[in-house]
Structure formats: C-alpha cells, structure tokens
Design a protein around this ligand. Structure first.
Ligand code: GRF
Length: 214
C-alpha cells in the first residue's frame, strides 16, 4: 500500500502533530514524512524527534519576505516528496501563491465550528457569544484565514463554569480525533472538493466523530 506522504507544520506545542503521528501506524494510509516548525522553540518538534520523523526548523525571521519564507517551505516539502500538508497550530499566514500551489493538498485545523469564530481568541469569543455547542473543523485552506471546504467537524458542548482554558482542553481532545479522521479520509482517496463543499464517499456515520460527553 502506497501511503500518502504527509508533512505537518507547527509553531508551538504540537499536540495535533503528536495525534497524527500516533495515528500513522504502518497500516494507516498516510505517513508523516516531515515536520516543520517556523520557530526554533516549538516544543512540538520533540514529538517528531521521538518518533524518528525527519523534522526541521525554518525560522521565518531568517527571510526578508513572506514569499521567500514560503519558497523555502515549498522547497523543503518538494525535497521530501510531500503530497499533503497539514497545518497544526502553524501561526504564520501563507502567501496566496503558496496556497494556490498546494490547493486541495493543504489542510488546517481550527478550534471552532467554522464558519463561526475564525481567527484568534476563538474560545473566548465563543464563550462571549454564549454558544452552547462549539467544536473543531478540519478544512482545505483557501486564501482567506480559516476559510475553505470543510472535511470533518466535531461538536463539543460548552459546559457551565467553562473558561477559555477548560473549553480549549475539551475541544483539543476532539481535535486529536478529528484530524486523524480527516487524514484517513483524504489518504483513502474518499475526499473530493466540489465547489465550496467536500464530498466524502462511503463516510462512516457522523456519530463516530461527534464528541460525546462521558
Ligand atoms: C489547536 O487548537 C489548533 O486547532 C489551533 O492551534 C492549536 C494548536 O495546538 N490551530 P497544538 O500545537 O496542536 O497542541
């Protein structure tokens, strides 16, 4: 079985990187061939090191422009034969050129049910809005921030007494299931972008990836 060669781009903790690494057992249809951080202090690279996955830092500060940084990213991805790029807490805006070049081969995870609450301070804004249900979204990346065809979403309740930290932790647990599921669906060739939407062939019942309180 040819496994989908996948890269994961991070900026910090890397718990989603770790979840993807853990999912990619030999019988999984994707493999992580490269992890890249744009910051030398990204703690998450340790997950790749432990799993003996090639990893490197490409510090954005070393480049004079966004275009130059993205060209370095692109070169590293190309050299590793990467077929799919997963953004996982990658805190750099990518240029339109990079996004176009990787169109439908570039995915992101965001801790809300998009199109609600794109951008930063997601959890605090969800709490302030008083929503009862929030969650996470894995989507193909388009030029606008946190926009693009949705692949997988998981719903997470907002519970009494939640603050941003508690809510974030509950959503993160759902992220760690949603991202591997999305990667599996893509790697199995079951995901097709049709206009602004994604069609999935032979999808599992959605109840399998909606987070349920214990
Ligand atoms: C996650 O909440 C992800 O949805 C958001 O940034 C956070 C990254 O966390 N884009 P981690 O680095 O994967 O632990």
């Amino acid at each position: 079985m040819a496994r989908l060669k996948t890269a994961v781009l991070i900026s910090g903790r890397g718990s989603n990187l770790q979840a993807l690494i853990a999912a990619c057992t030999p019988d999984f249809p994707a493999e992580i061939v490269l992890a890249i951080a744009n910051r030398a202090d990204a703690a998450g690279l340790a997950h790749a090191a432990r799993a003996k996955i090639p990893h490197r830092v490409i510090p954005h500060r070393d480049f004079a422009s966004r275009e130059a940084f993205d060209a370095a990213l692109d070169a590293a991805l190309g050299a590793a034969g990467v077929e799919l790029v997963c953004l996982a807490g990658f805190m750099r805006l990518l240029t339109d050129g990079f996004v176009a070049r990787w169109r439908d081969r570039l995915v992101n995870i965001h801790p809300s049910l998009l199109p609600a609450f794109p951008g930063l301070d997601t959890h605090a804004r969800a709490l302030a809005a008083g929503v009862r249900i929030t969650g996470c979204t894995v989507h193909f990346v388009r030029a606008a921030v946190d926009d693009g065809p949705i692949i997988v979403q998981a719903a997470v309740p907002v519970l009494p007494g939640d603050d941003a930290e508690r809510l974030a932790a509950r959503i993160l647990a759902a992220e760690h299931r949603a991202y591997p599921l999305a990667l599996r669906l893509i790697a199995e060739g079951r995901v097709r972008v049709v206009g602004r939407r994604v069609e999935i062939t032979g999808a599992d019942p959605p109840s399998q990836y909606i987070w349920q309180p214990a």
